[in-house]
Design a binder for this molecule. Structure first.
Ligand code: GRF
Length: 322
């Protein structure tokens, strides 16, 4: 598989989850590759393993209370230098500053050894045992500013056995972690190139505009505005039409001059769609890992405005002027 997501793994200790992510990535069909292992502990045993497996390792100096800001600035530039698409926290024992989380929003995942939202923070297994739970488990979640509170992406339950201690339970939960994390990371890594996922993203954005409905265009999914009888298309999803490489969103541009200018300036982002181009549709290439969805929303709004009846565009203009 080509065009794999570039993943950095952040660790503080043993790095067994990092190893699980790394070995899963050895399969040709895995949609991600581990391009960097780093963390807050230059002596972490996991770094030695990563190096032995030929993965680039960066040893950052262990942060102190005074050097915390500097550490996260260095971490940020290390990740940028490695051109990573996703960052997997795997036993990384530092709370991330809010600015760091904001800068990497939508790219940071974590694995936590409990069935969230139960038992955020530490000592999760002891707390599950003390509560008399029938199951412990693990969760993979997006990282948000609040610790262990981001959207849950996947979980595995692990039965608690009579006589379990925090250690015996942790050992079995870790087996589940090693299965869960690579699977969820692979799902997330595959999303940006998946036509169904892209369609869902566009649908969610398009439906925030007034009087939008679904309408196909020569069998392709499309979005229209206005009452059913006079509904006009303003967006079409062209999934590799006519041998094109792009999963493209077709939107109305102002005309051929604007289209040629954009395509020349950013050929990775824009293209001239076969057949549709001649009638003023511009193609936005969306099967990329760095799509700016705010920009896509801008195009949807513009295209909607050019297709919507005047009574609707007047409303939007009035709202903009408020
Ligand atoms: C795992 O239990 C993980 O869920 C938690 O920290 C532990 C890391 O273990 N966040 P390892 O370093 O991956 O072996």
């Amino acid at each position: 598989m080509t065009n794999k997501a570039r993943v950095a793994v952040l660790i503080s200790g043993a790095g067994s989850n990092m190893a699980a992510l790394l070995y899963a990535a050895r399969a040709d069909s895995c949609p991600y590759e581990v391009v960097l292992v780093t963390g807050d502990n230059p002596d972490a045993p996991g770094l030695i393993l990563a190096e032995a497996e030929g993965v680039p390792v960066v040893r950052l100096p262990r942060p102190t209370r005074d050097s915390r800001a500097l550490f996260f600035a260095e971490l940020d530039s290390t990740l940028r230098d490695a051109d990573v698409d996703l960052v997997a926290l795997a036993g990384f024992m530092r709370i991330l500053p809010v600015e760091f989380v904001a800068a990497w929003d939508g790219k940071l995942l974590n694995i936590h050894p409990s069935l969230l939202p139960k038992y955020r923070g530490l000592d999760t297994h002891a707390r599950a045992l003390a509560a008399g739970d029938a199951h412990g488990g693990c969760s993979v979640h997006w990282v948000s500013a609040e610790v262990d509170a981001g959207e849950i992406l996947g979980q595995t339950q692990v039965a608690i056995l009579p006589g379990d201690t925090a250690e015996t339970l942790a050992d079995r939960v870790r087996i589940a972690e090693h299965q869960l994390y690579p699977r969820i990371l692979a799902e997330i890594a595959a999303r940006p190139l998946d036509a169904d996922w892209i369609e869902g993203q566009i649908d969610a954005l398009a439906r925030t505009l007034p009087e939008v409905a679904r309408k196909t265009s020569h069998g392709a999914p499309g979005w229209s505005v206005g009452p059913e009888k006079t509904a006009k298309l303003f967006a079409i999803l062209a999934d590799r039409h006519h041998g094109e490489e792009a999963i493209g969103l077709l939107v109305k541009a102002s005309g051929p001059d604007e289209m040629s200018g954009l395509i020349e300036a950013r050929p990775d982002h824009y293209y001239w769609p076969k057949y549709y181009g001649a009638s003023g549709w511009l193609g936005l290439k969306l099967n990329r890992r760095d799509v700016d969805w705010d920009e896509v929303m801008g195009w949807l709004t513009r295209s909607w405005t050019s297709a919507a009846p005047a009574r609707l565009t007047k409303l939007i203009r009035a709202a903009d002027e408020l």
